[in-house]
Design a protein around this ligand. Structure first.
Ligand SMILES: NC(=O)c1ccc[n+]([C@@H]2O[C@H](COP(=O)([O-])OP(=O)(O)OC[C@H]3O[C@@H](n4cnc5c(N)ncnc54)[C@H](O)[C@@H]3O)[C@@H](O)[C@H]2O)c1
Length: 284
């Protein structure tokens, strides 16, 4: 099975390519960034152009779409311009990838949405309930989050119009083993983690979620939370709730350090079982 990984030279893209290659998939890395070394598995494309997306997806069986621009640069003179550029780039690229897949008859697209569609950084409204899950209202607060929420709507359109299967993975903040050593600094100020409910997910587990979503028995458009089962905090979850959001409805009992983002649906539908925690770094 030949998989196009868009954003294939990015952080998650490289991990996804390695994960897929390790499980017998052939991969094509699609990216606007140039690749230094020659590689038959690399196709340069700016996905903001439909024709480039169509060329890039020619001859592949499925797509893992990860290409995107991140949060707008807060140092620009007119932040609204950067916000507009983020929204337009991500919405257009994702539409183009879905459309190109439809044109080529590609049935399965796995793609990166984001935890932010549900409200982080919660500057306007707090969470409607906790833990955050797929029943929580979608209410993006930034142009980046809006681009992901828009793309979830576009995914439903392609599922409806072209009978495609599109799996949106709502990643939490992606971290890897090199970053966990800095956590004691983060713990010193628990307010730092409130914006996304002290949530994270390990890079290797994210790559596994991409692979599982390619073959899971699903139809139509599905959106799934992809977060580690524990928080990044060294404080019990009940303590964090009391300190930062005592009035928010908690829908079920939570474990001592349990995450406030619930990935039970990804576990059920993909068989995804995150295996890595920052706690492994500090154990022993
Ligand atoms: N890293 C996180 O914590 C996180 C959290 C939630 C969601 N996500 C999403 O996961 C995906 C991958 O994130 P990442 O951390 O690997 O980002 P990254 O910035 O490391 O990689 C993104 C890649 O996409 C490429 N790209 C950007 N615009 C493109 C375009 N127009 N055409 C072709 N390629 C383009 C870039 O060159 C880059 O290689 C993104 O969609 C991101 O929004 C990331």
């Amino acid at each position: 099975m030949r998989i196009a990984v868009t954003g294939g030279l990015g952080r998650i893209g490289r991990a996804a390519v390695a994960e897929l290659a390790g499980h017998g998939f052939e991969t094509v890395q699609v990216d606007v960034a140039p690749m230094r070394e020659q590689s038959p598995g690399y196709r340069r494309a700016d996905l903001r152009e439909l024709w480039q997306a169509m060329d890039a997806l020619d001859g592949v069986d499925a797509v893992v779409h990860l290409a995107a621009t991140g949060v707008p640069d807060s140092h620009t003179l007119h932040p609204e311009l950067a916000e507009g550029a983020t929204y337009t780039a991500n919405s257009t690229s994702t539409y183009n990838v879905f459309q190109a897949a439809a044109v080529h008859g590609i049935q399965r697209v796995v793609w990166a949405s984001s935890e932010t569609v549900l409200g982080p950084p919660f500057r306007i409204d707090g969470p409607a309930h906790l833990p955050l899950d797929e029943t929580h209202p979608v209410r993006p607060e930034t142009s980046y989050a809006l681009s992901k929420a828009t793309a979830e709507g576009v995914a439903r359109h392609f599922a409806h119009r072209c009978a495609m299967t599109l799996v949106a993975l709502r990643f939490s903040v992606v971290m890897d083993g090199t970053e966990y050593a800095a956590l004691p600094e983060y713990w010193a100020d628990p307010e730092r983690g409130w914006w996304n409910l002290w949530s994270y997910v390990d890079l290797a587990d994210v790559a596994v979620s991409c692979r599982l979503a390619l073959t899971a028995e699903l139809v139509g458009a599905t959106a799934l939370t992809v977060a580690a089962p524990d928080t990044l905090s060294n404080r019990p979850t009940a303590e964090l709730l009391d300190a930062f959001c005592p009035a928010v409805k908690v829908t079920r009992p939570l474990g001592t350090f349990e995450s406030l983002q619930c990935s039970a649906k990804a576990r059920e539908l993909l068989g995804w079982r995150p295996a890595r925690s920052w706690r492994d770094t500090f154990a022993g």
